[in-house]
Design a protein around this ligand. Sequence first.
Ligand SMILES: [Zn+2]
Ligand SMILES: [Zn+2]
Length: 279
Amino acid sequence: MKYFNYHTHTLYCDGRAAPEAYIKEAIRKGMTALGFSSHSPLPLDNNFSIKENKIDEYKAEISRLQEIYKDKIKIFLALEFDYIPGISDNLSILKNRLDLDYTIGSVHLAKNKETGELWFIDGAEINYTQGLSHIFQNDIRLAVQSYFEQVAEMLISQKPTIAGHIDKVKMNNKGKYFSEEEAWYKNLSKKVLEAAVKSGSIIEVNTRGIYKKRCDSLYPGIALLKEIYKMNIPVTISSDAHDPSELISYFPETISILKDIGFKKIKYFSGTEWEDREI
Ligand SMILES: [Zn+2]
Ligand SMILES: [Zn+2]
């Protein structure tokens, strides 16, 4: 099958190359569609989000490239919204302002609802371990619960087109604190699936953890993917590329994992609607 990817980061946020480099590589790989999804601006000091004053330039640059490459590949403008209750802006504000083609909703910082402190789950292992200790007093169940509840709340309140790496909280676990097979973990993660049904979001099957060797399973993992299949929730595949070389990393393997579970189709964006593509 011809590949497509809707989750891509460039120099506008924490990616390693300019948008055009990704487009050239996507065309070389025979891809049919490529969506750019910079991390949305956050009112917090950080080194991964696009800056508020770069937003209009980002839109203009993607529009310029859409025009240049329109006969070769479909290019889309999106953002990966970082959802932090009480801190991040409502997704619809930037979606409307930039006339985005679609949105990805993600949680990278899980909030302790009692204290308001933020646990960065997507960085180095040391931040994860220290956050778990300082913010959640090493109560891994409370920490994981806070993460999954925030993802579910994000889906219900923001209704992103795509639910981004829904179980990324496991990335730095590496078998130390829990198993994805434990009942409490499964019950918490399942609440996210129920929220995705309500919000109508597509769940992305994100390959980044595996090809970066930060995690030994896809986001979502196999147990969750089986539930997603049973619940008939639509999925798409994305690489969360931060470098042009990563655009379709681990896609063939992921397609075969999905087929083994029973999936027969994934979602493809034509520019007007999300259609089914047979796999
Ligand atoms: Zn992300
Ligand atoms: Zn991302």
